[in-house]
Design a protein around this ligand. Sequence first.
Ligand SMILES: Cc1cc2nc3c(=O)[nH]c(=O)nc-3n(C[C@H](O)[C@H](O)[C@H](O)COP(=O)(O)OP(=O)(O)OC[C@H]3O[C@@H](n4cnc5c(N)ncnc54)[C@H](O)[C@@H]3O)c2cc1C
Length: 356
Amino acid sequence: MKVDYIIVGCGLAGLAFSHRLKEAGKSFVIYDNSSQKSSMVAGGLYNPVMLKRMTLAWRADVQLNMARPFYSRLEIELQKNFDHPIPIRRLIHSPEEQNNWFQACDNPVLKSLLYKDLIKANHKGFDSPFGLGEVNSTGWIDTRKLIEAYKKVLKNKNLLRHEPFQHKEMITTTENIQYNDIISEQVVFAEGFGMKKNPFFNELPLTGNKGELLTIKAPGLKIDFILKSGIFLIPLGDNLYKAGATYNREDKSDLPSERAKKELQKKLSKLLNCDYTIVDHIAGIRPTVKDRRPLVGRHKKHKNLYILNGFGSRGVLIAPYASEILYNHIESGEAIPGDMDISRFDQDLGRASFSS
Ligand SMILES: Cc1cc2nc3c(=O)[nH]c(=O)nc-3n(C[C@H](O)[C@H](O)[C@H](O)COP(=O)(O)OP(=O)(O)OC[C@H]3O[C@@H](n4cnc5c(N)ncnc54)[C@H](O)[C@@H]3O)c2cc1C
């Protein structure tokens, strides 16, 4: 069987890249063994504003303009609704934070994304004496629903193989790659934290950051926006809310931990004055990079091996953008922006690196 591409991984990265291929009429097969869960457990938020520092997130304006149409095309194709555009409201804790908010509203870059007037409403489930600051152009993607629906379609078309990709069994030539019964022009690795086991790219500085989320039932909360105060609370309907997430650089297992549960419970008790019960607890490893930029590019020695990774905690916005960049690089020779290109680590790793 001959294809244009093999893709390893069907999280947000593999999904976005394969969809780009489909739109361009290229053929592909995806391998995914469900060994990583980041995209399946993600809160799915998209928010162009870094609320801690009140700055625009890295290229978020460009990414947002690509992401919204991308997810809406997928909604039409898959005939499912998974984009939930709703505002994020940040709880303001002090007069100083109020000032910071007003200052940010005057920033020309953020102006169109923030509402200047703080919202002073009474909410039963939590106190907000200093008001709430609202960000627009935000929402959340039900990433699990999206990936499950996408995989189902791929499976029906025989384009998805649910098995581990064995890197050592690839036969690479200058012309193409042979893997089992497949001959492919290119291979794109979109393995998330699974990249650590990829002998061709595992020297890249992917650190990984474990995240955990709770789903809670809180009938007394009654909010129809995403509430941000240390943690996010995302309304799912039926009085259910996703609450999270935690960040842990040490623990690299993707099992829910008692420690994270306690941490989230502590933050919830501080924030909420209504009762809640925990109905679910999930965990995954975010593919984070030390300089917080994606890992996109070509292997130094094997010219038909590529990587698409390092989306950190912002995969929903970055996936369509980084996929487009990689696609245009492979197919049209367009340059990858220097801050995303893996060649930025050449010096750290030495020229001999990536030559498995
Ligand atoms: C708790 C939590 C909350 C988050 N919340 C948000 C959020 O609100 N908004 C946001 O934008 N981002 C969020 N993120 C981050 C987001 O999930 C990631 O940026 C994104 O999902 C990474 O996608 P990926 O495809 O690169 O990696 P993954 O989702 O890890 O996908 C990699 C895929 O490759 C497969 N794979 C790996 N190795 C192999 C192999 N050898 N053979 C076959 N298959 C293989 C794995 O099974 C997996 O399916 C969150 C992450 C976590 C953990």
